[in-house]
Design a protein around this ligand. Structure first.
Ligand code: SAH
Length: 513
C-alpha cells in the first residue's frame, strides 16, 4: 500500500518549501494539490507523477472536502504506487483541514506522515517587515480564524477576550468578515487606534500591504479592494511595517514572470527570479528525449578518431554521457580528444562528468565557438564531432566546413512539446487570464512550442513583456510576429535574469520620474 504525505509548501514563495517537502515531491507518484500551493512547485514532481487538482477554479472546478478525503483514501490504498503527496499551502495543520484529512486516513488504515511548513501568519509578517513578537511590545501571538460568523451567539472565537489581548493577533480567512470582527473587537474595548496590517498574497511578487488602524481598516480594505488570500495582523508590532520592509525593495518585486524551460531545468531559474522578488509561473513548453541513433553511436564508438568534440548545451553534455554509458563507455573515451563547450554552464556540466573543457569562446554563441575553434589552428581535414539536438542551428558546422574542416553532426536528443501536465495547463491558463507580466524564452524551440500550445493564437501575449536569451531566440520571436522587449547581453540564464532586472529597473525609474 502507498503512504500519504501531508506536505505543507509555505505560502506564496515556492522556495520556502522544506527540504523534506522537496525530496518527497521529487519521488511523488501521485500529487493532490490545491489552490494555495505555489504554482511553480508543480515542476518539482517527476514526469510520470499523476497530478490531481482539488482547488483551482476553472481548472478542476470546486471539489468538496469529503471528495478530497475520498481521493486521499483511494490513492493511499493503491497497491501500484508508493508515494502520494497531498500538497497544501502554508502548514498542513494550521487552519488547512490537514487534521481532518489525517483523521480520515487513520480511520481508513492508510499510513501517513505530516510535513510541517511555514504558515501564512509568520510568512506574511516576515515579508511585510513585521516581527510578530517583540520584547516589551508583544510577548504572545494568537492565530485565529475569521471564517466563522462573529455575530453568532455560539461563536467559538471570543473576540471580546481577544480585544483585551496585549500581544499580536493573526487572522486567517478574515477579509470577508472583517467588518463584523472589527466591530466585536471595538465592542470588547480594543482601541480604535490599534495598528492593523492586511497582507494580501503574502510572499508573492504581487504582495500588497495595507496598513492602518482598527477604526479605519475596514474602509481601507474596501477601498483598496483587498482579495483573499490575505492575512490580517493586529497589534502594536504593526508599527514596524514601514521601518523593516525589505521584500518590496527587491528588483523584480511586483512582476509575474513565466518560465518556459523544461521541468528539469526550471528550478534554478525559478529560484533566481524568486530571490529577486518576482512571482513565478512555470509553463514547461518543452521536454527533451534521448534519441538512439545508429550514426551517433558509431561516431561515439570511434571518438578517438576525432580531433575535437563540440558540446553546445548542458543538456547535450548530459545526453552525451548517458549515451556513452549505454554503449559501455565512459569519460575515458575522451582521453585523446579535445572538447569545446559553448558557455560556462556547459563547461560546468562537463566538469561534473570529470572532464575539463579545452575551449570556451569569449561570447556564448555558435559563430564565436566556430571561430575560436579555427583560431586554435585547426587545419583543413581536421575532424570535429558535433553531437546535439535533432533540430539545431547550422551556423557552427557551416563555418567549420567552409574552412575545410570535416564536421560530423549527429543526433543525441530531440526536443518535443510535452504531453499535457499540471504545470503546463495551469501556466497556459494564467497567461490567458492575464496574470502574467513577462515571458522568458531560453531557446527558439521554447518560442515555437509556446505558440503551438496557444494553437497559433498569440493574442494572450499582447501587452506581455517578452525576454529572449539571445539573437537566435529573438529571431524566432520575430518569425512568429512577436517582438522581444529585451535580449540578454550574456546568453545564459543569469544573463537573462540581468536583462529583466535592467528592463524593469529602468521602467521603475521612468515611473518615478
Ligand atoms: N494552512 C494554511 C492556511 C490555510 S487557510 C497556512 O498555514 O498558512 C487559508 C488562509 O490562509 C487564507 O484565507 C489566508 O488568510 C491565509 N493565507 C494563505 N496563503 C496566504 C498568502 N499567500 N498570503 C496571505 N494569506 C494567506
Amino acid at each position: 500500500m502507498a503512504k500519504v504525505y501531508l506536505v505543507g509548501t509555505g505560502p506564496g514563495d515556492p522556495t520556502l518549501l522544506t527540504l523534506r517537502g522537496r525530496n518527497l515531491l521529487a519521488r511523488a507518484d501521485v500529487l493532490v494539490f490545491d489552490r494555495l500551493v505555489p504554482q511553480a512547485l508543480l515542476v518539482a514532481v517527476p514526469d510520470t507523477c499523476q497530478c490531481i487538482s482539488v482547488g483551482k477554479k476553472g481548472y478542476a472546478g470546486h471539489v468538496t472536502q469529503d471528495e478530497i478525503n475520498a481521493i486521499l483514501v483511494e490513492q493511499g490504498r493503491r497497491a501500484d504506487v508508493r508515494t502520494v503527496v497531498r500538497l497544501k499551502g502554508g502548514d498542513p495543520f494550521v487552519f488547512g483541514r490537514g487534521g481532518e484529512e489525517a483523521a480520515v486516513l487513520a480511520r481508513a488504515g492508510v499510513s501517513f506522515e505530516v510535513v510541517p511548513a511555514v504558515t501564512a501568519a509568520t510568512a506574511a509578517a516576515a515579508y511585510a517587515g513585521i516581527p510578530v513578537t517583540e520584547r516589551g511590545i508583544a510577548s504572545q501571538l494568537t492565530l485565529v480564524t475569521g471564517n466563522e460568523d462573529p455575530l453568532k451567539d455560539d461563536a467559538a472565537v471570543s473576540w471580546e477576550m481577544l480585544a483585551r489581548d496585549p500581544g499580536t493577533l493573526c487572522l486567517y480567512m478574515s477579509v470577508r468578515r472583517l467588518p463584523q470582527i472589527a466591530e466585536r473587537l471595538l465592542a470588547g474595548g480594543m482601541s480604535e487606534r490599534m495598528p492593523v496590517a492586511v497582507v494580501e498574497r503574502a510572499a508573492c511578487g504581487r504582495q500588497r500591504v495595507v496598513c492602518g488602524v482598527l477604526g479605519g481598516i475596514v474602509e481601507q480594505v474596501e477601498r483598496e479592494r483587498v482579495q483573499a488570500p490575505a492575512l490580517v495582523i493586529i497589534g502594536r508590532v504593526v508599527k514596524r511595517a514601514g521601518e523593516l520592509s525589505w521584500f518590496e525593495d527587491l528588483p523584480l518585486f511586483g512582476h509575474t514572470v513565466m518560465v518556459t524551460r523544461a521541468k528539469a531545468q526550471a528550478p534554478a531559474f525559478v529560484s533566481a527570479l524568486t530571490r529577486r522578488g518576482a512571482e513565478v509561473v512555470c509553463c514547461p513548453v518543452l521536454e527533451m528525449h534521448q534519441v538512439a541513433d545508429a550514426v551517433c553511436d558509431e561516431a561515439l564508438m570511434h571518438l578517438g578518431s576525432y580531433d575535437w568534440v563540440v558540446l553546445t548545451s548542458a543538456r547535450a553534455v548530459g545526453f552525451f554521457f548517458e549515451r556513452l554509458f549505454s554503449l559501455g563507455m565512459d569519460a575515458r573515451a575522451l582521453a585523446s580528444v579535445r572538447v569545446a563547450t559553448i558557455g560556462t554552464a556547459t563547461a560546468a556540466a562537463l566538469r561534473a562528468g570529470g572532464v575539463s573543457s579545452d575551449l570556451v569562446p569569449p561570447s556564448y554563441h555558435s559563430r564565436a565557438l566556430a571561430e575560436a575553434l579555427l583560431d586554435t589552428g585547426l587545419s583543413a581535414g581536421a575532424r570535429v564531432l558535433c553531437p546535439r539536438a535533432r533540430i539545431a542551428s547550422d551556423v557552427l558546422p557551416s563555418v567549420l566546413r567552409a574552412a575545410g574542416v570535416r564536421c560530423d553532426v549527429v543526433t543525441l536528443y530531440e526536443t518535443v512539446v510535452p504531453a499535457c501536465n499540471a504545470a503546463m495547463e495551469t501556466g497556459i491558463a494564467a497567461l490567458k487570464e492575464g496574470d502574467v507580466d513577462a515571458v522568458t524564452f531560453t531557446s527558439p524551440s521554447s518560442v515555437r512550442n509556446l505558440v503551438e500550445l496557444l494553437d497559433g493564437d498569440t493574442s494572450a501575449l499582447t501587452g506581455v513583456d517578452l525576454f529572449s536569451i539571445g539573437p537566435v531566440t529573438t529571431q524566432e520571436l520575430q518569425c512568429n510576429g512577436l517582438v522581444a522587449s529585451a535580449e540578454a547581453e550574456v546568453h545564459t540564464v543569469p544573463g537573462l535574469v540581468e536583462a529583466l532586472e535592467r528592463y524593469y529597473g529602468e521602467a521603475g525609474q521612468a515611473h518615478v520620474v
